[in-house]
Design a protein around this ligand. Structure first.
Ligand code: FES
Ligand code: FES
Length: 170
């Protein structure tokens, strides 16, 4: 099978939010740019591009990672979840998005995809966190607008909503 295109870019195949996708990437292409410009998944934002702000956080094989610190060719065969994957199948908000919406936990919204993806991994591992634990869990994501209080409130509400959903399903 041909793995290079005529510009010597590598074929990268992955699962994005449950759907198989593929595109071509030069070896130096950042994963953020691959997702946004080659795949068209523009929900992942790019802030500092050197691992500080957390705006580019996505989940790769379940783990929350900064996609600006990875190359596209590193994720060939991986399962990736981005902010687009947090919505319900009908396009309505998922629990995390709904909680941020109801708590006014964003202003410009630039940081929001990263916060939500960090939170989605954390709440799977720790479904009933305290306020202080949430603060520590999200300390790697920076927001220049909100002052963080609403983000913490929204995160606690999201955790509660996810617990209730799990109890209903049990
Ligand atoms: S854009 Fe990746 S951490 Fe800031
Ligand atoms: S809402 Fe603007 S940076 Fe967080």
């Amino acid at each position: 099978m041909k793995r290079l295109d005529r510009h010597d870019r590598h074929l990268v195949r992955l699962t994005l939010n449950g759907e198989p996708v593929e595109g071509y990437a030069e070896p130096r292409l950042l994963l953020t740019d691959f997702l946004r410009y080659e795949i068209g998944a523009t929900g992942t934002h790019v802030g500092c591009e050197h691992g500080i702000c957390g705006a580019c956080t996505i989940r790769i094989d379940g783990k929350a990672v900064r996609s600006c610190l990875m190359l596209a060719i590193q994720v060939d065969g991986a399962e990736i979840q981005t902010i687009e994957g947090l919505a319900e199948l009908d396009g309505s908000f998922g629990e995390l998005q709904q909680a941020f919406h109801e708590n006014f936990a964003l202003q410009c919204g630039f940081c929001t995809p990263g916060f939500l993806m960090s939170l989605s991994e954390y709440l799977e591992k720790y479904p009933d966190p305290t306020r202080e634990e949430i603060k520590i869990a999200l300390s790697g994501n920076l927001c220049r607008c909100t002052g963080y209080h609403e983000i913490i409130n929204a995160s606690l509400d999201a955790a509660k909503a996810l617990r209730e959903k799990k109890e209903e399903a049990a």
